[in-house]
Design a binder for this molecule. Structure first.
Ligand code: UGA
Length: 434
């Protein structure tokens, strides 16, 4: 099939590349000339494990192309994906200006029937708005489908190639057949393509992210209570996670969720609820708890150093919002770094992928090191913000020599309490006794 993907950000590039991998001819369209030139030269613009191999192969086989020209990009396309940003507007609701502008342009440009697919995370009712926008100028028949994306950064290729499920919202039998054909290669193992109406598909995406954010937040609150009640959240996690109704995944307590999706989508869903005059109380709590959770270690840190952090040097391991990404959007590390800098702390940080991005925000207010150990030299304590595997089994003989004090503040529970005790560390973590 011939596919166009409008918007070549994170979701657009993964989507385009993976559809090319199953033999479709894909053209990705973006207004950013610099980005498109780079992609045309075969240079990938995002860090995502495994994507580079698929990207190279499909460019070589000429199944994956790039253009800044929408008209050229959609020519002959049977399916046109909109993978455009929907940033939070001033009031926190999703801003649809990019999506609706593209819809308006498509109305002028469509020359034959096409299925236009909302891939972006968009509020309930957007498919209808996109349909109306295209219809203002359209001379041909078309359908608008909602097909939300559930991929996770860091494992996006695997999530795309072997999805747990594909959700397609459409009331058109014709569009349904196109979508079925397109996704068949991805669900060969029997995972379902779930067809539903457009509004339910749009709601499904928000409900999934809000539910997961709530699940994490619930565990974070249990962890906070465990600390006070003398329980260990690791034991509790195993104890409840083995109940198949609860499930083992997404139960890890820590210093809060971040990233470009959960914070934005929880907020947007709460706004949607407001619009329908529904008071979505649990989501308000989720947002508040998560905000507090991000800097949860700071009072303990201050307490440890007798409320005087001025002049202290702290080592930081992990800057990205989670492992296997260079993404620092809404990363707990940033909030902590800003707060610590305000206290007069010197910070030496290491992250396997995210240091360049942090440099753009924090500049040289902190020091960046070439290795995890490099950050430890003469530091008064170690802070861990991201659970990159490289931090999990450090050589503690080396750590002991470099760190001035045996103190670790671990926002991701990387180490066992017994191990820390044996090594003689003062170990602050989440939901476990100090
Ligand atoms: C999330 C969803 O998991 C995807 O299904 C969805 O497609 C995507 O948002 C999106 O809307 O585009 P992502 O933001 O890449 O994906 O990250 P996750 O792996 O879901 O992690 C989100 C946050 O939760 C991270 O900050 C992570 O550290 C935190 N988390 C996750 C925990 O604190 N504990 C856990 O047990 C799991």
């Amino acid at each position: 099939m011939k596919i166009a993907v409008v918007g070549t950000g994170y979701v657009g590039l993964v989507t385009g590349t993976c559809f090319a991998e199953t033999g479709n001819n894909v053209t990705c369209v973006d207004i950013d000339t610099e980005k498109v030139n780079k992609l045309k030269k075969g240079k990938i613009t995002i860090y995502e494990p495994g994507l580079d191999v698929l990207f190279d192969r499909n460019i070589k086989q000429e199944r994956l192309k790039f253009t800044t020209n929408l008209e050229e990009g959609i020519k002959g396309a049977q399916i046109i994906f909109l993978a455009l940003p929907t940033p939070p507007g001033e009031d926190g609701s999703a801003d649809l200006k990019y999506v609706l502008q593209a819809a308006s342009d498509l109305g002028h440009l469509l020359e034959e029937y096409a299925v236009v697919v909302d891939k972006s995370t968009v509020p309930v009712g957007t498919a209808e708005k996109v349909h109306a926008k295209i219809a203002e100028n359209a001379k041909v028949d078309f359908d608008v489908v909602s097909n939300p994306e559930f991929l996770r950064e860091g494992v996006a290729v695997e999530d795309f190639m072997k999805p747990d499920r594909v959700v397609v919202g459409t009331s058109s039998e014709k569009a349904r057949k196109f979508m079925e054909k397109l996704y068949m290669p991805f669900v060969r193992q029997g995972n379902p393509i779930i067809f539903m109406d457009e509004r339910s598909a749009e709601m499904t995406k928000y409900a999934a992210n809000a539910f997961l954010a709530t699940k994490i937040t619930f565990m974070n609150e249990i962890a906070n209570l465990c600390e006070k009640a003398g329980a260990n959240v690791d034991n509790v996690r195993q104890g409840i996670g083995t109940d198949t109704r609860i499930g083992k995944r997404f139960l890890f307590a820590g210093i809060g969720y971040g990233g470009s999706c959960f914070p934005k989508d929880v907020q947007a869903l709460e706004k949607t609820a407001n619009e329908y005059e529904y008071d979505f109380k649990i989501l308000k709590s989720v947002m508040n708890v998560n905000q507090e959770q991000k800097t949860k270690l700071l009072p303990q840190l201050k307490g440890h150093f007798n409320n005087d952090l001025k002049g202290k040097t702290l080592a930081v391991w992990g800057l990205s919002f989670k492992p296997y990404t260079d993404d620092i959007r809404e990363a707990p590390s940033l909030e902590n770094i800003h707060a610590l800098l305000a206290e007069g702390v010197t910070i030496k940080a290491y992250d396997p992928e995210a240091m360049d991005n942090v440099k753009q925000v924090v500049g040289d207010k902190i020091e960046y090191t070439d290795s995890p150990y490099g950050a430890l030299l003469d530091a008064d304590a170690l802070l861990i913000f991201t659970e990159w595997p490289v931090f999990r089994t450090p050589d503690f003989e080396v750590v002991n020599k470099l760190l001035k004090n045996k103190v670790i503040f671990d926002g991701r529970n990387l180490f066992e309490l017994e191990q820390m005790q044996e090594l003689g560390y003062k170990y602050y973590s989440i939901g476990r006794e100090v």
